[in-house]
Write a protein that binds this ligand. Structure first.
Ligand code: AMP
Ligand code: ZN
Length: 140
């Protein structure tokens, strides 16, 4: 999707409104329009990138440095008991808006939001194979 049509690029350019809580040269944070809980915030880079892997380390750092304060502020402002930071990449991972964003989601015991977390187990030798494959990719 070209940045001209991207809804979060349009928010970053001020073409459509958003309830902003943070705004600097590199990024923006605003209330999610359809919150999973009151105070659900999205943190985005101003430059268009579809998925996290498309950001440079510097672009990611410029955005993620705000996360600790943002989590703390959302927690204090809403009085929630916990916070999920969630970041979806690709349709298979439930990404609906193809512009990188981190969800900051207030959580409370018994709230309606939840994960299906089907924890698995590696067969013998598979974990070692995966460690090698991931390390090979990281060293490219
Ligand atoms: P994801 O499924 O990770 O792509 O999440 C996209 C999020 O963007 C959803 O939680 C939407 O409610 C939110 N969203 C979509 N359009 C807007 C908008 N104009 N302003 C604020 N949040 C939005
Ligand atoms: Zn965009």
């Amino acid at each position: 999707m070209p940045p001209t049509d991207c809804i979060f690029c349009r928010i970053a350019r001020g073409e459509i409104p958003a309830m902003k809580v943070l705004d600097d040269d590199a990024c923006l944070a605003f209330l999610d329009i359809a919150p999973l809980a009151e105070g659900h915030v999205l943190l985005i880079p101003k430059a268009h990138a579809q998925t996290l892997d498309q950001l440079s380390a510097d672009q990611a750092a410029a955005m993620l440095r705000h996360l600790p304060a943002l989590v703390k502020a959302v927690q204090a402002a809403t009085g929630c008991a916990g916070v999920n930071v969630l970041q979806n990449n690709g349709k298979a991972a439930h990404q609906e808006v193809p512009h990188v964003h981190f969800h900051v989601i207030p959580r409370n015991p018994g709230d309606a939001f939840g994960f299906n977390w089907p924890a698995g187990k590696y067969p013998a030798g598979r974990a070692e194979q995966l460690v090698q494959a991931i390390q090979d990719e990281l060293s490219r």
